[in-house]
Unconditional design. Structure first.
Lengths: 329, 282
């Protein structure tokens, strides 16, 4: 086929397609399924025209015009699969528990590392208190000597609301970096678990050295258990992404990574929301004069609720089970 | 168009005609077949030629976006200051809301813009870039969220994967299956529909390129070049020009660019002797 004929035969059709595509881009919600179906059929014809043009008339204006039109049409018409947001009910009952269940081994690994590093931090600080001092600073150590814990001075200087927001933001940043750092083959997530564990162990050991563990435990009771859990879940989600580079299953690595990314995103969203709310508990409830047992009750109830929720993974429905059984046979 | 394969109709049902059922990956257009450059396989394994954004344009876009963010931070702080002054600096809530707004901007600026504008932030708009899925289409909302939340590591480290990856992807792009491409507005093209038989693609593209640029060129210069092409055609293809209605050299009056367009840009009748780049020329 000669170039002139090619241009003559297709120009009007391509221009009409470009007009319809533009109309769809400008008013996507007015397009019915029949029109979309028609546009999709014409899109496939366009693709074939482009395949011919790029093969036979490379570099010509018609080919360049077709290339641009093809790319525009692809952008408008080609939607990523499953591009729909699940309902809130589905998110709460199904999606989040399933996502966290899928990364259970990564979260457990992070928890194990955190526990180990907390014990390590405790032991090292008992042996050498300078380690604990590096985390809290020399002024705080001086305060501990005088029987004052640094938390009191922080709350004396700033209003509780401001502290609550600053704590929320800081915790969310920690969770975000632990999550994103997990993509670096898990290194960032492991580092977050390690450093937070060592820090917690060292601080507890340091306060115990000055017999100030009671005020510390009083302060962390209401928010501490869930706060640590959420940060560990975020780090576990990051590790889950990092592990998908290595885990060997039937899917290509890129697909494993994308699936892990979607699951990790759900876990992160839950953690960020939880940490945001916990910041206010830390700002208002934790420094209050409420008895220690009541703070710990709040903290443990929150922790139990969270763990119960994420552990309640719904069983696959009957249709899915039947399909799976059919596939197996 | 006998040489075109009749495309099969897309799936019809409750889903979009171009949804996952038409995913080339599902049809066997394996990702492994994806080229290292912007050549990706579209529907029916037709190769699309995406123009991937390199590290330069992406860096410039991110710098612009951070400038916009700085302006946003400044506005939020000014707003907080103004509101706090109304309350004689006795209320902490302007500062609380200001802090939260700054964090929300940090966290959500990129994702919010990309979701709202189908892959473009102000920086990308200025540079003519767009985030697309690795099939050339619109990424899912979760893909936009993932690629932008992973900026936490991509901001300090993302340059390295962009430089090393054949498709210029940072970590966030790899996880979200996205690409950043140039998305330039369509430029007016001039297709020549009638060309001398002896012309190959080189002659066609040169003349098309000239005709596309002629309107933007200095008038006298464009006219001189068009006249030069016409003179050359008179020497080499007098028969072709005669069939187009020009009987002798120099008979054309007025703007030679218009003459050249008239001679070449009109689609040739199918019976014309002056057709054709034959397929053998390609």
């Amino acid at each position: 086929m000669d170039y002139g004929r090619f241009v003559e035969m297709h120009r009007d059709r391509h221009e009409a397609f470009a007009r319809d595509l533009e109309a769809m881009r400008e008013r996507p919600h007015t397009i019915g399924f029949a029109q979309l179906d028609d546009l999709a059929t014409r899109y496939r014809v366009l693709l074939h025209d482009y395949a011919v043009a790029r093969e036979r008339f490379a570099g010509t204006a018609a080919t360049r015009r077709l290339r641009r039109l093809t790319l525009n049409a692809t952008q408008v018409l080609q939607r990523a699969p499953a591009d729909h947001l699940p309902s809130l009910g589905s998110l709460v009952r199904v999606d989040v528990p399933r996502a966290i269940a899928a990364m259970r081994s990564s979260i457990l690994a992070i928890c194990a590392l955190f526990t180990f590093s907390a014990l390590l931090g405790y032991a090292l600080t008992v042996l050498d208190p300078a380690l604990g001092a590096t985390f809290v600073g020399p002024d705080s150590v001086e305060g501990l000597r005088r029987g004052e814990i640094w938390i009191d001075s922080v709350f004396a200087e700033l209003p509780a609301g401001l502290i609550a927001v600053m704590i929320s933001i800081n915790n969310m940043k920690v969770a975000l970096f632990a999550w994103a750092g997990g993509l670096l083959l898990g290194v960032g997530a492991l580092y977050a678990a390690l450093i937070n564990g060592v820090m917690l162990g060292a601080v507890i050991a340091l306060t115990a050295r000055f017999s100030m563990e009671a005020p510390l435990l009083d302060f962390i009771g209401a928010h501490g258990p869930l706060e640590i859990t959420l940060i560990l879940v975020a780090a576990g989600a990051g590790l889950h992404m990092g592990r998908s580079f290595f885990v060997d299953d039937e899917r290509p690595r890129s697909q494993r990574l994308a699936a892990a990314g979607r699951e990790a995103l759900l876990a992160l969203a839950v953690c960020l929301l939880g940490l945001f709310l916990l910041g206010f508990i830390e700002g208002y409830v934790s420094p209050s004069i409420a008895p220690t047992w009541s703070k710990w009750t709040v903290g443990l109830v929150l922790e139990a609720l969270f763990l119960t929720w994420v552990a309640s993974v719904p069983r696959p429905d009957r249709a899915a089970r039947t399909q799976a059984a059919g596939a197996a046979t | 168009m006998t040489d075109l394969v009749e495309p099969s109709r897309p799936a019809v049902g409750n889903r979009s005609p171009l949804d996952a059922s038409q995913d080339p990956r599902a049809l066997g257009g394996a990702r492994g077949a994806t080229a290292r450059d912007g050549g990706i396989l579209g529907l029916d394994n037709v190769q699309l030629d995406l123009e991937l954004a390199g590290i330069g344009s992406r860096t410039l876009a991110i710098v612009l976006d951070y400038l916009v963010l700085m302006v946003g931070f400044a506005l939020v702080l000014s707003g907080a200051l103004a509101v706090a002054s109304i309350f004689a600096f006795e209320s902490i809530w302007p500062w609380v809301i200001g802090l939260l707004a700054i964090f929300a901007l940090q966290l959500g600026y990129f994702a919010a813009f990309e979701i709202a504008t189908q892959g473009r932030t102000p920086g990308k708009m200025a540079l003519g870039l767009r985030s697309v899925s690795d099939l050339g289409g619109r990424p899912s909302t979760s893909a936009f969220l993932v690629r932008n939340l992973l900026r936490a590591i991509d901001t300090p480290l993302g340059v390295l994967p962009i430089m090393l990856d054949g498709r210029c992807r940072r970590f966030g792009d790899m996880v979200a299956h996205t690409l950043v491409v140039h998305d330039r507005p369509e430029r007016a093209t001039v297709d020549v529909g009638r060309v001398p038989t002896a012309w190959g693609l080189r002659e066609v593209t040169v003349v098309e390129s000239f005709l596309e640029r002629a309107d933007r060129m200095e008038e006298a210069r464009a006219a001189a070049m068009a006249q030069e092409i016409l003179d050359w055609m008179w020497r080499r293809h007098p028969q072709f020009l005669a069939e187009a209605g020009l009987t002798e050299p120099g008979i054309e009056r007025g703007d030679p660019v218009l003459w050249l367009r008239a001679v070449l840009a009109t689609p040739a009748p199918s019976t014309s002797a002056g057709s054709a780049i034959s397929t053998a020329d390609v």
